[in-house]
Design a binder for this molecule. Structure first.
Ligand code: FAD
Length: 383
């Protein structure tokens, strides 16, 4: 690895920030990664959105490029198709790829984030700084201010390139919004989600290596396998429906009517208690018209293009940002000005396309998958 005296500051040590740090670290730059949370590898109560994620070809390619794919796949569960549970009790498998056996993989979010942090720590030119929350960006002096909760002090830093991988509610993106021609739209959908769990003891009731879906028109339930044989179940439905599930009896009645076959999988007590205890999370989609400012600031991952999760592509698209960035660094001999401009040019339209596909796929998964393709055509005609 060649040494490079340029210093890259990365804000956010989530999935995309960590992979981005690895890419730049492998190129020999001096990297400082600042993460708001404590080190999740030492934390007792790791936070995060979904427990597991589907890793697809786009994300795998990004891992493969820097030699990390093989290790990640060892801890991932292949999913060869959808297993659809219809309202009438019928169950049907729909393979993703009957001919060349391609599949997607279910991988634990915490496992993957910890794995990437450990990988970057192995590079001598990368420094990780936890408990550092970006609170201010000075676009004139290129200075970032971080607040450290444990020592209650402030840290001011700058770099040759500053990359915001600080998620859907990115502080860096908020600052860039004050720069010329930087449009940004944020859309919440009126559906939310909660996560439930099928224990390994009940897993014999689930067809392995599939992404299970219970489509119910205005709502759906999905289940992804974990490496310990448990399944993470996610219930997506209108927030108004969650509001109605106030008492245990109501929860049980709801599941008896809509998802009766899920009750024995989770167990009545567990199911009812988890639904009552869990506050639904909301889902947001972010579209930006630019992803950079001058030759200095760049946003990637959810900071640049948070999308609703129904296409299983948010992380994958964020990982692909790293591949694209890396290729552009090669193509433009590490001239940051040209690289950043070209990154915006290439990624904005792709990001908007995947955001729209993800919105559409909610309808496909919760409703259209149960209907003849005639309805699909009608839906497209209406758009
Ligand atoms: P994040 O994961 O949000 O990480 C941002 C990091 O920045 C965090 O560590 C945060 O602590 C840190 N941070 C935030 N603010 C600051 C600050 N001010 N200063 C310093 N640090 C900060 N994607 C898929 O590809 N496949 C799936 O199957 C899939 N399923 C999903 C299911 C659900 C329910 C949801 C909600 C999302 C799903 N996604 C999926 C999307 C995926 O979770 C995101 O696209 C991915 O996490 C984006 O990674 P990121 O690193 O850009 O952002």
């Amino acid at each position: 690895m060649e040494e490079n005296s340029k210093r890259i500051v990365i804000v956010g040590g989530g999935l995309v920030g960590a992979l981005c740090a690895y890419y730049f670290g492998k190129r020999g730059y001096r990297i400082d990664l600042y993460e708001y949370r404590e080190d999740i590898r030492r934390s007792k109560s790791p936070r995060g959105r979904s427990i597991n994620l589907s890793l697809s070809n786009r994300g795998r390619l990004a891992l493969r490029d820097v030699g990390l794919e093989e290790e990640v796949l060892k801890s991932a569960v292949p999913m060869v198709g959808r297993r659809v549970h219809f309202q009438n009790g019928k169950v049907q498998s729909i393979l993703y790829d009957e001919f060349t056996n391609q599949c997607i993989y279910s991988v634990g979010r915490n496992f993957l984030n910890k794995f990437l942090l450990t990988a970057i720590e192995s590079l001598p030119n990368v420094l990780l700084h936890f408990d550092c929350k970006l609170i201010d960006v000075n676009l004139k002096t290129d200075e970032l201010t971080f607040y450290r909760c444990s020592s209650q002090d402030y840290l001011r830093v700058t770099g040759d390139l500053i990359i915001g991988a600080d998620g859907a509610f990115s502080c860096l993106r908020r600052s860039l919004q004050s720069t010329p021609l930087f449009d940004c739209s944020q859309t919440y959908i009126d559906h939310g989600y909660i996560e439930l769990r099928i224990s390994p003891e009940q897993s014999h009731l689930m067809k392995p290596n599939h992404l299970h879906i219970w489509p119910r028109g205005s709502m759906m339930l999905i289940a992804l396998p974990n490496i310990d044989k448990s399944w993470t179940v996610t219930l997506f439905m209108p927030l108004s429906e969650f509001d109605r599930l106030v008492y245990k009896e109501m929860v049980l009645e709801f599941f008896k009517q809509v998802f009766p076959d899920v009750i024995p999988l989770i167990g009545t007590d567990q199911l009812v208690n988890d639904v009552i205890r869990t506050k639904p999370s909301v889902l947001v989609s972010i579209k930006c018209s630019k992803l950079h400012y001058r030759d200095k600031f760049l946003i990637v991952g959810d900071a640049a293009h948070a999308i609703v999760p129904f296409y299983g592509q948010g992380m994958n698209a964020g990982f692909e940002d790293c591949t694209v960035l890396n290729n552009l660094l090669d193509k433009y001999s590490e001239d940051f000005g040209r690289v950043l401009e070209e990154f915006t040019r290439l990624r904005v339209s792709d990001a908007h396309a995947i955001a729209d596909l993800a919105m559409y796929n909610y309808l496909e998964m919760r409703d259209l998958v149960t209907r003849p393709s005639y309805y699909l055509k009608k839906w497209f005609d209406k758009q």
